[in-house]
Design a protein around this ligand. Structure first.
Ligand SMILES: NC(=O)c1ccc[n+]([C@@H]2O[C@H](COP(=O)([O-])OP(=O)(O)OC[C@H]3O[C@@H](n4cnc5c(N)ncnc54)[C@H](OP(=O)(O)O)[C@@H]3O)[C@@H](O)[C@H]2O)c1
Length: 307
């Protein structure tokens, strides 16, 4: 089968022939039809060993299942899910059965494949915040994959959401997703936020600690800018606020995502969760897509078809 591999730690990839993976007990082999690209994979590829197999998000059909409960997945069934160890940018992938969910009949595989990493991260960082109705929530990187889901899920749960985006062009659609306010400059914000979802890093992370309310919560889950932050602790600690890190790929090991994936698929299928897909191309276009992601030319998600 064909699979994407890292070339030499410089972010470059190649599509080559490799052996098909073989499922172990409680694992499922999937014929992959579509994958999506996350900023995290771009970061990983830059430091990857040659031969490393990227790819977390996939949709496709079950080729074989070695689940004890043989009724849980059957060959030919449409599914989508997350390969926490990578390797999903391939014609076939093997994952534990609890990292998969069935695809509703009315949900396209190109839409479903955009859900796992970005949707689960949004869902789970919001869960850390506890009750949301009436609380003020700040989302940085709001025009990105995770950001667009976080804005929607938070607004749907009753939070007052402020979205932070790069410029007016990137603000497009954020109000429709549920943002009560969309800003391009964090320094103009004057109110405190009960919860800050921070994934940009650098000055954005510094502002997050400044803007969090007394006894509020900052969840740091990314550093898209790849810039270290100088943390203004003197203003932060008197507020007795909490700074919390989050890492999905560890979390799904201890808390398998099958049920959350099913919820995301259900919301997307009934139109309650909008999936903004900027481009759908063939897997051969992966190098161009990675360049576009690096140059911040993608608004929402990029999806690639495997077959
Ligand atoms: N900890 C975890 O488990 C976890 C899980 C998923 C993602 N992440 C991290 O969370 C972040 C968001 O992921 P994603 O997949 O949603 O990424 P994405 O789709 O590329 O979105 C990134 C967003 O951040 C904004 N941004 C602001 N400054 C940026 C800069 N200097 N460089 C790049 N982007 C910048 C982008 O703005 P524009 O729209 O204007 O380009 C974009 O809206 C990434 O850093 C990712 O690695 C972490």
């Amino acid at each position: 089968m064909k699979a994407v591999v890292a070339v030499a730690g410089n972010g470059l990839t190649r599509l080559i022939e490799v052996d098909s993976p073989v499922p172990d007990d409680d694992e499922v082999l999937i014929d992959v039809s579509a994958i999506s690209v996350n900023r995290g994979e771009l970061h990983r590829l830059r430091g990857a060993q040659p031969g490393w197999r990227p790819g977390w998000d996939f949709a496709g059909t079950v080729a074989a299942s070695r689940c004890h409960d043989r009724t849980s997945f059957i060959p030919g069934q449409r599914v989508f899910g997350i390969a926490g160890g990578g390797g999903a940018w391939a014609e076939q992938v093997v994952v534990p059965a609890d990292h998969l969910a069935p695809l509703p009949a009315d949900l396209d595989d190109e839409i479903a494949t955009a859900l796992p990493v970005a949707g689960l991260t949004a869902q789970r960082v919001l869960r850390l915040a506890g009750k949301l109705p009436g609380r003020h929530l700040l989302v940085t990187g709001a025009a990105g994959g995770v950001g667009r889901f976080a804005v929607q899920l938070a607004a749907e749960a009753g939070a007052e959401v402020t979205a932070v985006v790069r410029d007016e062009a990137r603000a497009a659609g954020l109000t429709e997703l549920g943002s009560h306010r969309v800003v391009t400059d964090l320094r103009l914000l004057t109110r405190d936020y009960d919860v800050v979802l921070e994934s940009v890093g650098g000055a954005s992370m510094e502002s997050a600690l400044d803007l969090v309310a007394r006894e509020g919560l900052v969840v740091s889950f990314g550093n898209s800018a790849r810039i270290p932050a100088t943390l203004p602790v003197a203003r932060f600690y008197p507020k007795q606020a909490v700074l919390r890190g989050y890492y999905l790929l560890d979390d799904i090991v201890t808390h398998p995502p099958a049920r959350d994936l099913a919820t995301l698929a259900h919301l997307a299928a009934r139109g309650s969760l909008r999936v903004d897909i900027d481009m759908v191309l063939g897997i051969e276009a992966l190098p161009q897509v990675l360049c576009a992601l690096s140059d911040r030319l993608i608004a929402g998600k990029a999806v690639l078809r495997m077959r």
